[in-house]
Design a binder for this molecule. Structure first.
Ligand code: NAD
Length: 478
């Protein structure tokens, strides 16, 4: 695959595709082999200034483009993404590691976001308050202005499209900086927009040193909104930068999703669903089911049967036939997860499965199940962001809810029960942006996606996700 991975990765600024030239480069690595596969140009300060200038010029043009025309371009881009999904998926597997079927599926699922937001924008109605005094008030939603967006490496197309689609549908211009580890697939997503007829400067893509790019863009008066998906510490840092200019932010940060499994659940179905989903994308998912709290009557059976299923997960190069789980995305991850597993073991956790790093040059880590994990273990408090399930037992509903809420994070949470009363109580009491009961679906695309507490603020997707790129204005007219 590395032979067909692009050797001329480019920036896209002011309608122009820009080669590395004499710019510094970042080496892109295939995580399944550890080999360098291409060089990525890093934007210079003058590249970023050019992008800011183009975003400022393009904003009023795009804002004043009729919504039906904006929507038509987004629909066309979605069609192109679906057509090109097999090729874009292969690029994603080469740079990120996930199995090629999952990578292709990510591209087609992402394309739907252009469609959803194109239609949402047509329904972004205002309000009229008609008063007997003769003064009427109009409530209008207007695009916030040029956006700076930063997206991570775990879903190289799905995370940036959740920012691109609502920003463009709302009428904003946007400068996107995806993760340097996984550049080719978001570049191809951008090419779909360009080929669909998006005017120059409306959406641009840059790469570089993340800290330098974000501080330069966010400090600019041009940028009116910052959107970030990534870790809690980086999210807090970007919020401080945004506060200097009182810029709006959407922060989609980490989670540590609790899974409450009650005695009365459909056990086989719960096991099938959770054991499959835990290892999707090697667990590098902000909503990955991770902290399993299982009611004591079924705890031992659950741990054994979950471990048996996890043992069948086929690990390997994402291009190989029959592989369920690829490598971790970068060399930082096996080190981070390995030390969390060692810490849990040293504190008395039972390793029911895995816990090992792979041999060779790739960044592999085996599917891992830890049982009876002490609460003070690092892995019970910090997101492993990898293929590790941690398990503890509980007795009562109150105890389960207390455990679910014990961390300062609150992104996704899951519960499995056949008891309607339990389901209702859990749905209301868990401190999380999304709670899925008897399923693991938290991002259908048309419903709000986002966290509470340190998991961030603001919603992506659906009508709430569109409004995040708009300001509300009241006009009082006599
Ligand atoms: P990190 O904190 O260094 O980076 C996280 C992401 O933020 C990366 O995409 C990186 O390119 C970007 N980033 C880093 N510094 C930045 C800056 N100053 N300005 C703009 N962007 C910046 O950590 P990492 O090693 O890449 O990942 C570690 C942790 O990040 C994971 O354990 C997980 O908790 C979290 N993470 C969360 C998500 C998510 O979907 N919410 C995605 C990826 C990583």
């Amino acid at each position: 695959m590395s032979n067909t991975y692009p050797q001329n990765l480019q920036l896209h600024i002011d309608g122009e595709w820009i080669d590395a030239g004499d710019r510094d480069v970042h080496q892109v690595i295939n995580p399944a082999t550890g080999e360098a596969i291409s060089d990525l140009p890093k934007a210079t300060k003058s590249d970023l200034d050019r992008a800011l200038d183009a975003a400022a010029r393009a904003f009023p043009v795009w804002r004043d483009t009729p919504v039906a025309e904006r929507a038509a371009i987004l629909h066309k881009a979605a069609d192109l993404m679906r057509e090109r999904a097999p090729e874009i998926g292969r690029l994603m597997t080469a740079e990120q590691g996930k199995p090629v079927g999952q990578a292709t599926g990510e591209v087609t699922a992402s394309a739907a976001h252009f469609d959803i937001m194109a239609e949402e924008a047509k329904r972004c109605y205002g309000r009229v308050l008609v008063r007997p005094t003769g003064m009427n008030s109009f409530v209008k939603y207007q695009p916030v202005g040029p956006v700076a967006a930063f997206s991570p490496w775990n879903f190289p197309v799905f995370t940036p499209i959740r920012k691109l689609a609502p920003a463009l549908a709302a009428g904003c211009s946007i400068i996107l900086k995806p993760a340097e580890e996984t550049p080719a697939s978001p570049i191809e997503m951008m090419r779909c927009l360009v080929d669909a007829g998006l005017p120059a400067g409306v959406a641009q893509i840059v790469f570089g040193d993340p800290g330098e790019v974000s501080s330069h863009l966010i400090a600019s008066d041009v940028i009116r909104k910052v959107s970030f998906t990534g870790s809690v510490p980086v999210g807090k840092h970007l919020m401080k930068l945004a506060a200097e200019g009182m810029k709006r932010t959407t922060m989609e940060l980490g989670g540590h999703a609790p899974v409450l499994v009650f005695d009365d659940c459909d056990l086989e179905q719960t096991l099938d669903l959770t054991a499959m989903q835990k290892f999707r994308n090697a667990g590098q998912v902000c909503v990955s089911p991770t902290r399993f709290y299982v009611q004591s009557g079924i705890y031992d059976r659950f741990v054994e049967a979950f471990s048996e299923r996890a043992a069948k997960v086929a690990v390997g190069d994402g291009f190989s036939e029959g592989v369920d789980m690829g490598p971790l995305a970068n060399p930082r991850r096996p080190d981070a997860i390995g030390s969390m597993v060692e810490d849990a073991k040293s504190q008395g956790a039972d390793v029911k499965l895995g816990g090992e790093r792979g041999d060779g040059g790739g960044f592999f880590f085996s599917p891992t199940v830890l049982a009876n994990v002490p609460l003070q273990a690092d892995i019970m408090n910090n997101e492993p962001f990898g293929p590790v399930a941690v398990m503890r037992s509980f007795d009562t509903l109150d105890e389960a809810i207390e455990q679910a809420n014990r961390l300062p994070l609150g992104l996704a949470a899951y519960a499995f029960t056949q008891n309607l009363r339990t389901a209702n109580i859990v749905g209301d009491a868990i401190e999380a942006g999304m709670v899925a009961i008897n399923n693991l679906t938290v991002s259908p695309g048309d419903a709000p996606f986002g966290g509470v507490k340190e998991s961030g603020h603001g919603s992506e997707d659906g009508p709430d996700g569109l409004k995040a790129y708009m300001v509300t204005k009241a006009i009082h007219q006599t």
